[in-house]
Design a protein around this ligand. Structure first.
Ligand SMILES: NC(=O)c1ccc[n+]([C@@H]2O[C@H](COP(=O)([O-])OP(=O)(O)OC[C@H]3O[C@@H](n4cnc5c(N)ncnc54)[C@H](OP(=O)(O)O)[C@@H]3O)[C@@H](O)[C@H]2O)c1
Length: 246
């Protein structure tokens, strides 16, 4: 974990999009980044959870977020273009993109893995991050310094039995981060990195490890320091890295 003490308003000039903010790590990231002054755009599947997060943020007196319900399992490329247009209409630049949404899929041997679940996991965990990043590059380029994050996992670095499409989507995410980072390094001010959250007390963790005592893992809000650090300009030299939040 980085040793970083953010100032109270270190994100006050930043417009940041976060995916998968209905619950878990994405929701905690939205609450934390808004506390530090960020203008947020929140994309998630569940409209009710998005609206309740919007209310929490507004009630606390932080900047009113833009919310956009979107199902990455079925979204076509045109829907990503609409997201870009909506951001462009209001803000004309984007300073941060946190690709966080994810699903676990099924814990089965690859030989028994259902293709329908494979496609869902790849759409939500990988394709959405590719399409969103690709589509929003022009807006990220309008920022003086912008930061893109992808979300990885321990099983995206060392394959493990029964982790199926989830592990494979995370390996591909690591590779996509490296390709984007290398392509953008000398021509833009966009930096691109991966965060591996480690074991965190969320719905997904419980689904993956039903027999585990959830209390043994930190809450999402306890790993937020790295997210704030990577969204702040102090991390401008960090590019092409895969960083553990714990
Ligand atoms: N928790 C851990 O221990 C751990 C470890 C390593 C990596 N990670 C990674 O961290 C990220 C966040 O996971 P989490 O633990 O916070 O899980 P979580 O609580 O289950 O949250 C997953 C989020 O993804 C969103 N999502 C799922 N399907 C979607 C879809 N079809 N379209 C749009 N959004 C969708 C959900 O949105 P709605 O709420 O709107 O449905 C939810 O907000 C994931 O990428 C995960 O792989 C987690």
């Amino acid at each position: 974990m980085v040793d970083f003490k953010p100032s109270k308003d270190c994100l006050k000039d930043k417009t940041i999009l976060i995916t998968g903010t209905g619950s878990g790590i994405g929701r905690a990231a939205a609450k934390t980044l808004s506390q530090f002054g960020a203008q947020l755009i929140l994309l998630s599947k569940d409209t009710g959870r998005l609206e309740s997060l919007y209310e929490e943020i507004v009630e606390q007196g932080f900047k009113e977020p833009l919310i956009h319900p979107m199902d990455f399992e079925s979204a076509e490329e045109e829907e990503y273009l609409k997201v870009k247009e909506a951001i462009q209409d209001k803000f004309d630049k984007l300073d941060g993109l946190i690709n966080n949404a994810g699903v676990l899929g099924e814990k089965k041997l690859l030989g028994q893995y259902q293709y329908s679940i494979w496609k869902k996991v790849l759409n939500v965990n990988l394709d959405s991050a590719f399409l969103l990043t690709k589509t929003l590059l022009p807006l990220l380029n309008h920022s003086k310094l912008s930061s893109v994050l992808f979300t990885s996992s321990g099983v995206g670095k060392k394959g493990r039995a029964y982790w199926g499409a989830y592990a494979i989507s995370k390996f591909a995410t690591e590779g996509m981060m490296e390709v984007f980072a290398d392509e953008l390094e000398n021509t833009t001010k966009i930096r691109v990195n991966c965060i591996n959250p480690g074991a965190v007390r969320t719905k997904m963790r419980e689904e993956a490890y039903p027999a585990e005592d959830p209390e043994t893992n930190p809450l999402p809000k306890e790993i937020m320091n790295l997210y704030v650090y990577l969204m702040c300009d102090v991390s401008e030299e960090i590019n092409g890295q895969s960083i553990n939040a714990q």
